[in-house]
Design a binder for this molecule. Structure first.
Ligand SMILES: [Zn+2]
Length: 192
């Protein structure tokens, strides 16, 4: 089971519990990023949550587990593109009375419930691979037609390299002439 920690509870008798929003891991990868995905899982564990921990008027799809039952943490990222999340642009303020050029963006996530399990994260990478089905984590070749791809790259380079060389030659000539003119100008000024 995958989940997001909502609250941690310690009872008077020092027993530790975690209320966890539960997610279902999809059976196939996302077609855009090739990453495993997960969704909030409806119908899970409403019974385990006492009414006092409802989140505003929204009930979480959650379950109550003991702290010892958490195996490891991992990184997941919201599918902002699919969820059409928006952002606000905030300036970082002023410096010496001048508005600074630096601006920050704050993402406002929508309620879209799809998340990517981040396989690029280094933390607990091997553990993620251990618990997920192999088809969700095995490396996928970037290209399948390697030889054809190399030929295509070579064709492109054969076309662009002579153009680049000609441009560089022209620029070098330009620089030489500018330097020559500058020296002539200095010598002329010294002669006056
Ligand atoms: Zn988002």
């Amino acid at each position: 089971m995958a989940g997001r920690i909502f609250k941690m509870i310690v009872t008077k008798s020092h027993r530790e519990y975690v209320i966890m929003e539960t997610f279902n891991v999809s059976e196939s990868r996302d077609s855009r990023y090739g990453m495993p995905t997960m969704h909030a899982s409806p119908g899970h564990g409403y019974h385990a949550i006492p009414p006092s921990v409802s989140y505003g008027s929204t009930w979480l799809h959650s379950t109550l587990i003991t702290l010892q039952n958490i195996s490891f943490i991992f990184n997941a990222q919201h599918d902002c593109e699919g969820g059409e999340c928006s952002y606000t642009v905030n300036s970082t303020g002023t410096h010496d009375g001048q508005a600074t050029a630096k601006v920050g963006k704050t993402v406002i996530h929508s309620t879209h419930n799809k998340y990517f399990i981040n396989l690029h994260a280094l933390h607990n990478a091997w553990r993620i691979r251990e618990v997920l089905p192999r088809n969700l984590t095995e490396p996928v070749p970037y290209i399948t037609n390697r030889e054809e791809f190399h030929h295509e790259m070579a064709r492109k380079l054969q076309k662009t390299n002579p153009e680049k060389r000609a441009k560089a030659k022209e620029k070098a000539k330009d620089t030489r002439e500018r330097k020559k003119r500058a020296i002539e100008f200095v010598e002329g000024a010294e002669g006056e």
